[in-house]
Write a protein that binds this ligand. Structure first.
Ligand code: GDP
Length: 365
């Protein structure tokens, strides 16, 4: 499955956040470089539509879809030069599909900051520069390979050389690859390089308990948001400490605690949803008496491909997808009423599944 990697300088709140994710409750120590091996935390993707569908179908089981976070710890200055554990971290980042970059936006004299003061933009740049340098090295190597051929007017080499020049240009201005607008053909070439700075980024602004309600009043958060805009990244504001507390609660307890705090959705839930959308993921549902279930698919997938997510036999023997949109089903009030109203469509093998579709697959065995 797809995964989002959690990165950030030491002491910004990564372990606290990751503990909230896994609910493991392992000690978050005030000590740099404390989490070295990457870990995976699996979370349920919050989706009110699943609850509404369960109310309608009254199934025996309600199964949410899940999302995976990988904890990539302690990336440090000089990582791209292979100092210490640097290369290992870069190779872990290469393996994830999106980056959740935790940034310290809280003041606390008791907690050491690696560079001596809280400065989120400078922190972000420290890590981003390492990623850009690693990409630049790769691009330079590639340029050395194709430049000569491109000058001899080799078509393929010329196309590649153009892309490489665009990348090098951006990197020299300290801009990540994701800020460049490529056409479709160029994008195909770029994808082959597996660049670090092409990956979608979510900045996770970790604020103090007192700043959670009025995060726009936090100057650090404002700086992160301004930076994210020119960096083509997104931002979510959380308080890792409170998330760790929330993670220990369930259902009722959780919603009343959130009400007490005056927030609608936990930061972690927002983070899950944003990471999910950054990756171009969406959800379709299957619904019946035994089970109402959410499934993750990638936007652009066809009905047979989505059937294959449930079971490979469903894809092989695919006939039709009986499909109704979530809005139509809710407006009609029941499956029978939706059918009567002509809202249940029979879709074929070229149908592109939409977020919120409720699907019953018909297939041959
Ligand atoms: P990591 O090195 O990035 O994994 O950072 P940790 O999660 O270990 O956090 C470093 C220290 O900052 C710990 O003592 C945490 O309790 C503390 N911390 C994390 N988040 C917050 C927060 O939102 N507010 C405050 N005041 N402290 C926090």
């Amino acid at each position: 499955g797809l995964t989002a990697g959690i990165v950030g300088l030491p002491n910004v709140g990564k372990s606290t956040l990751f503990n909230a994710i896994t609910q493991a409750g392992a000690e978050a120590a005030n000590y740099p470089f404390c989490t070295i091996d990457p870990n995976v935390g699996i979370v349920e993707v919050p989706d009110r539509r699943l609850d509404k569908l369960a109310e309608m179908f009254q199934p025996q089981r309600k199964v949410p879809t899940t999302f995976e976070f990988t904890d990539i710890a302690g990336i440090v200055k000089g990582a791209s030069k292979g100092e210490g554990l640097g290369n290992k971290f870069l190779s872990h980042i290469r393996q994830v599909d999106a980056i959740c970059h935790v940034v310290r936006c809280f003041d606390d004299e008791n907690i050491t900051h690696v560079s001596g003061k809280v400065d989120p933009v400078s922190d972000i740049e420290t890590i981003n520069l390492e990623l850009i340098l690693a990409d630049l090295e790769l691009v330079d190597k590639r340029i050395a390979k194709v430049e000569k051929l491109a000058k001899q007017k080799d078509k393929k080499a010329m196309a590649e050389f153009e892309v490489l020049s665009m990348l090098k240009d951006a990197f020299e201005k300290e801009l990540p690859a994701r800020t460049i607008e490529f056409n479709e053909e160029q994008l195909k070439i770029v994808k082959g390089y597996q660049l670090l700075t092409i990956k979608p980024v979510l900045y996770v602004a970790n604020v103090g308990e007192d700043d959670l309600l009025d995060s726009d009043g936090n100057e650090y958060v404002r700086q992160v948001k301004a930076y994210a805009e020119k960096d083509h990244a997104e931002v979510v504001v959380i308080c890792a400490k409170i998330e760790a507390e929330i993670a220990e609660l369930d259902g009722e307890e959780k919603s009343s605690f959130l009400k007490e705090l005056g927030i609608e959705q936990s930061g972690l839930d927002q983070m899950i949803q944003k990471a999910y959308h950054l990756l171009g993921l969406a959800t379709f549902f299957t619904a019946g008496a035994p089970e109402v279930r959410a499934w993750t698919f990638k936007k652009g997938m066809t009905a047979p491909q989505c059937a294959g997510i449930i079971h490979s036999d469903f894809e092989k023997g695919f006939i039709r997808a009986e499909t109704v949109s979530y809005e139509d089903l809710m407006a009609c009030g029941s499956m029978a009423a939706a059918r009567e109203a002509g809202k249940v469509r029979l879709e074929g093998k070229d149908y592109l599944v939409q977020d919120g579709d409720i699907i019953h697959f018909r297939f041959n065995v």
